[in-house]
Design a protein around this ligand. Structure first.
Ligand code: SF4
Length: 475
């Protein structure tokens, strides 16, 4: 008998086809990437901290399904606080993070590593409440326990301060209406041998982040989901069965950048606005320097003075006058002051500091200056010299259809250089770099030092090469 769990119910709300695939075609669902697995691990760490707030709670085995259900029944009779209380009712199975007795009633407390209550969380708890009530439990109140984003670590983590217990009983009551019908509909899908017909779009990026090839491979090269900030427009076009950027009619409202994309899709040519590029290049002052940081973040802060999910710089690459400099923090200690002081050794007093997407680098520089207040003035001077290389791409002074509507460095570099250098590396994106660094330093992961150095170096060298190409375009 197929069992509908709370996580499958949540999936079913976003995309019935994904739900069907979970039962019938698991191979077509893309595996979690290391960055997603990392986020899940962070969730487990938060879950363990939350349990500390219930010292009398009894932790039940998660992997032994039958034992979990049997033990839950026993503990309910004894009115104990239960972690991972599994209850089955018909073909529905729910397991709350924390089930707490209050007289003859029970409170559900769901723990999430987010910093606020999200719609999915309410549905998640509504499913649990529904199943528990079907099994005869009286549910008094529902809570979501989530991270307090104003928390700043000072000494040992106090879960009472890190976590916020927010009541969501009324919200759950609102969304629980009609849940039986929704479950019946989902069970029809689950029991069908045919996958439901679902239009790609909303569900794919709405929490599921699912790009199953089975659903997406009908789209041609240069498709409407590549529209720059396409959002609803891409969905409208899809619904009108217009799949290619080339086929977007003149009557369809596009902004000037999106019109340029359509033009490039039709001509197959790259758009180059020489005046725009010249203006950008004129902002570069010699010696032109290039800087890139790598960072990691954790739900539960590791270092005093940091917040949950604060980006902690652990590495930089810096390039000037044909020479590159690296720093990779090789210790479990807070890297921020060391990174800043190492940077001060190489950044010169004059000239532009080129970065890609400056708000990130500026944010990290200011945060590091908080740890070394004596360097605040120097940091502000560096910030005043920052030039953002994303600007000519965001302005569409240059647009190559190979960018697929993206201005990220990972999209721009191969388009401008005609070669994807990231493909040659073991680490090809910042998410993987931070995940592997964290695992190496704090979780017994493999040694990735040399891969990290190569990756960060490419981000910086790539900027050098892009500027060289831009200069070549304007003669
Ligand atoms: S790609 Fe989109 S439509 Fe297809 S299963 Fe995944 S979420 Fe659903």
């Amino acid at each position: 008998m197929p069992l509908l769990t709370k996580s499958k119910y949540i999936v079913g709300l976003s995309c019935p086809k994904y739900l069907w695939m979970m039962f019938h075609d698991l191979d077509k669902i893309p595996a979690f990437d290391p960055s997603t697995e990392y986020i899940m691990k962070q969730g487990n760490i938060v879950g363990k901290l939350a349990k500390q707030l219930f010292p009398d709670g009894i932790d039940l085995p998660e992997d032994d399904f039958k034992a979990n259900i049997k033990k839950t029944q026993e503990l309910i009779k004894q009115k104990k606080t239960i972690f991972e209380a599994g209850i089955i009712s018909g073909n529905l199975y729910a397991r709350a993070d924390i089930l707490e007795p209050v007289g003859n009633e029970w409170d559900i407390i769901e723990v999430k590593s987010s910093t606020q209550v999200k719609e999915d969380h309410i549905h998640d708890v509504s499913f649990q409440k529904h199943v528990y009530q079907l099994a005869g439990l009286k549910i008094r109140k529902c809570y979501l326990m989530h991270i307090n984003n104003e928390f700043v670590k000072k000494g040992k983590i106090d879960p009472n301060k890190l976590l916020i217990k927010e009541e969501i009983t009324a919200e759950v009551e609102n969304v629980i209406v009609g849940i039986s019908d929704r479950i019946d509909y989902m069970m029809e899908i689950v029991n069908s041998t045919e996958a439901p017909d679902v239009l790609i779009g909303k569900g794919c990026s709405n929490g599921l982040e699912c790009i199953s090839e089975d659903c997406w491979n009908f789209l041609p090269e240069g498709h409407v989901f590549e529209l720059y900030y396409g959002g609803k427009k891409s969905l409208e076009l899809l619904e009108a069965e217009i799949f290619s950027l080339k086929d977007i009619p003149d009557t369809f409202q596009l902004n000037s950048k999106q019109q340029l994309q359509r033009k490039c899709a039709n001509t197959g040519e790259t758009h180059v606005d020489k005046d725009g590029i010249k203006k950008f290049l004129a902002t570069l002052k010699e010696p032109v320097q290039y800087l890139d940081f790598e960072t990691f973040m954790t739900a539960v802060p590791l270092f005093d003075g940091t917040r949950p999910y604060q980006q902690i710089p652990f590495q930089f690459n810096f390039f000037v006058n044909g020479k590159g400099y690296d720093y990779l923090h090789d210790s479990k200690e807070d890297p921020r002051s060391r990174v800043l002081l190492e940077l001060k050794k190489v950044i010169g007093p004059k000239g532009s500091v080129v970065v890609y997407n400056k708000s990130f680098e500026i944010g990290r520089l200011r945060e590091m200056a908080e740890v070394v207040p004596s360097e605040k003035e120097w940091v502000e001077n560096v910030i005043s010299r920052i030039v953002d290389l994303i600007d000519p791409f965001k302005a569409f002074d240059y647009y190559n259809p190979k960018q697929k509507g993206s201005c990220s460095l990972k999209a721009v570099m191969p388009a401008v250089l005609g070669e994807d250098h990231y493909k040659k590396l073991n680490i090809g994106d910042g998410g993987l770099a931070s995940t592997l660094y964290f695992e190496m330093m704090f979780d017994g992961g493999k040694d990735v030092r040399s891969d990290l150095l190569k990756y960060c170096q490419l981000d910086t060298e790539g900027m050098v090469w892009i500027v060289r190409e831009l200069r070549g375009m304007v003669g």
